[in-house]
Design a protein around this ligand. Structure first.
Ligand code: HEC
Ligand code: HEC
Ligand code: HEC
Ligand code: HEC
Length: 156
C-alpha cells in the first residue's frame, strides 16, 4: 500500500488505542448497563450507595418534638401548622451538636416571602392572606405583633 494511505491509517489506529487507554483509566469499573430500564440502566452502580449515605439536611418537625415540645405543640394547633420549622430556621442537620443553635431570622423578609400581597393572584400562593409591606406597619418586625409559631393568636 502507498504511504499516503498507511499514514492516516496508523493515525486512526493510534487515536482509537489512546481512546481505549483513557477509557480504561478514567471510567469506573462498575459503570455500565446496571439494570433493565433504558433510562436509568446506564450508570455507575456504586452511585446508588453514595446517595444513600448522603445525610438528610432537613429533618422535619418530629425531630424537634423531644427538645422543643412547647413550640411544636403551639405551631401544630395554629394556621402555620403546615409550615415546617426548618422553613424559617433552616436545616437542622447536626443540631444541637453542631450547630448548637439554629438561626432566628426576625426580618420582615422572612414573612414577606409568603405574605406579600400579590397584585395579580393567579396561583394558590395568591390565596394566602397578604399585606402591602409599604403600608402594613413599615419598619417594624412582624414578630413584634404576630407570633410566628401561632400567627392566628394576638401577641400579648
Ligand atoms: C436533642 C435536642 C434538640 C433537638 C432535637 C432540636 N433542638 Fe433546637 N436547640 C436545642 C438546644 C439545647 C438549643 C440551645 C439552647 C436553647 O437556646 O434552647 C437549641 C436551640 C435552638 C434554637 C435557637 C434558640 C435561641 O434562643 O437562640 C432554635 C431556633 C432551634 N433550636 C430550633 C430547632 C428546630 C427547628 C428543631 C427541629 C428541626 C430543633 N431545634 C431540634 C436542642 C434541640
Ligand atoms: C413562620 C416562621 C417560623 C416557623 C414556621 C417556626 N419559627 Fe421558630 N421562630 C421564628 C421567629 C421569627 C422567631 C423569633 C421570635 C421572636 O423574636 O419573638 C422564632 C423563635 C424560635 C425559638 C427561640 C425563641 C423562643 O421563642 O423561645 C425557638 C426555640 C423556635 N423558634 C423553634 C421553632 C420550632 C421547634 C418550630 C417548629 C415547630 C418553629 N420554631 C417554627 C419563626 C418561625
Ligand atoms: C412558607 C410560607 C409562610 C411563611 C414563611 C410565613 N407564613 Fe404566615 N401563613 C402561611 C400560611 C399557609 C398560613 C395559613 C393561611 C390560611 O390558613 O388561610 C399563614 C397564616 C398567617 C397568619 C394568619 C392570617 C389569618 O388568617 O388570620 C398570619 C398573621 C401570618 N401567617 C403571619 C406570618 C408571619 C408574621 C410570618 C413571619 C414570622 C409568617 N406568617 C411566615 C404561610 C407562611
Ligand atoms: C404593629 C403591629 C404589627 C406589625 C409590626 C405587623 N402586623 Fe400584621 N397585623 C397587625 C394587626 C393588628 C392585624 C389585624 C388587623 C388588620 O387586618 O390590619 C394584622 C393583620 C395581618 C395579616 C392578616 C391580614 C388579613 O387580611 O386578615 C397578615 C397576613 C399580617 N398581618 C402579616 C404581617 C406581616 C408579614 C408583617 C411583617 C412584614 C406584619 N404583619 C407586621 C399588626 C401588625
Amino acid at each position: 500500500m502507498k504511504n499516503h494511505v498507511l499514514r492516516p491509517l496508523w493515525l486512526v489506529l493510534a487515536a482509537i488505542a489512546l481512546l481505549l487507554a483513557v477509557r480504561y483509566l478514567v471510567v469506573p469499573s462498575d459503570f455500565g448497563v446496571n439494570g433493565r430500564s433504558f433510562t436509568y440502566g446506564f450508570h455507575r452502580l456504586s452511585n446508588v450507595a453514595d446517595w444513600q449515605k448522603f445525610p438528610d439536611k432537613y429533618l422535619g418537625k418530629e425531630y424537634c418534638q423531644d427538645c422543643h415540645e412547647e413550640k411544636v405543640t403551639e405551631n401544630g394547633s395554629s394556621k402555620h401548622r403546615n409550615i415546617q420549622c426548618e422553613n424559617c430556621h433552616g436545616p437542622a442537620y447536626g443540631h444541637p451538636d453542631n450547630p448548637e443553635k439554629l438561626p432566628i431570622d426576625r426580618s420582615r423578609e422572612l414573612c414577606l416571602r409568603c405574605h406579600s400581597q400579590l397584585p395579580y393572584p393567579g396561583s394558590q400562593r395568591g390565596q394566602l392572606k397578604g399585606i402591602d409591606p409599604e403600608r402594613h406597619n413599615p419598619g417594624q418586625p412582624c414578630a413584634e405583633c404576630h407570633n410566628p409559631h401561632h400567627p392566628d393568636q394576638e401577641v400579648g
